[in-house]
Design a protein. Structure first.
Length: 265
């Protein structure tokens, strides 16, 4: 009788259940790591790619700052945005006012993201590293931090252009402090002119995110290895207003999943 009563109880419980009750909830961390394989975004000022077209790459992403307000991240993700670089700090006293919003909303939508710092040549590297650490929380699920190294001739306060040895020394100071704090080797973002002016072909040991909007990185940076490539600053991404930066991961979908496993824990 006890066994029979138990069976009746289980049957009644099953009858009261709904399909939704039987489906486990999906957390952002368990969502697919590639939103859309090899998307081809529109571009308001497209480059005619003679070789190495960016849409041949499986994994695409974007980078944002205060100039990208109120991003509809679910729509951007559905269109093919699989990762995001988010500006956090600049110099030793500037904090991007949209960082916290972008940082929290990308995580909530299961989009891997990294914080980046724009380097300022009139403030010591150690001061800048401490400022970044003060404003960017340690999050093991985030991608490695990024150091953005480029000339800024339009700066209203600092147009200093140190010699290449000084630039590399300052980069080393910043990168080592950040790596010690976050436990991950940072990524270096740079442009063609800055790369050439400062002999960064000799500055190895870090993953690179290279800007090249008028040719494949092989044409602009030679054989220098890169992990990410920013291929346009005039892209059109659903869910984002205005012109958008778009990037690719230099590898297959399988390589991307492996890279994430190694760098987001």
């Amino acid at each position: 009788m006890r066994r029979f009563a138990a069976l009746i109880t289980l049957t009644l419980l099953a009858a009261c259940s709904t399909a939704g009750d039987l489906v486990p909830s999906v957390s952002p961390s368990s969502s697919p790591t590639v939103a859309v394989r090899a998307p081809r975004f529109e571009d308001s000022k497209p480059h005619e790619w003679d070789s190495g077209a960016p849409w041949n790459y499986a994994v695409h992403g974007t980078d944002v700052s205060k100039y990208q307000t109120s991003v509809d991240w679910p729509t951007a993700k559905a269109s093919g945005i699989s990762f995001a670089f988010i500006k956090a700090t600049e110099g030793g006293d500037r904090f991007d006012e949209y960082f916290n919003e972008h940082w929290s909303r990308t995580k909530a939508n299961g989009i891997p993201r990294a914080a980046y710092h724009f380097f300022y040549f009139c403030t010591p590297a150690a001061t800048q590293a401490r400022w970044f650490i003060q404003n960017v929380p340690v999050d093991r699920s985030a991608m490695p931090p990024v150091l953005d190294m480029e000339w800024n001739p339009q700066s209203p306060t600092c147009r200093l252009r140190p010699d290449s040895a000084t630039v590399r020394a300052e980069m080393t100071t910043f990168l080592e402090m950040i790596e010690r704090h976050y436990g991950k080797k940072p990524i270096i973002y740079t442009s063609v002119d800055f790369f050439d002016d400062n002999d960064l072909s000799t500055f190895r040991g870090y993953p690179y995110w290279l800007r090249s909007v008028a040719g494949h990185p092989r044409q602009k940076y030679g054989s220098h290895p890169f992990t990410f490539w920013q291929y346009t600053g005039t892209g059109i991404v659903p869910g984002m207003t205005g012109k958008s930066d778009i990037n690719v991961f230099n590898g297959t979908e399988a390589a991307w999943k492996k890279w994430l496993r190694q760098n987001t824990r």
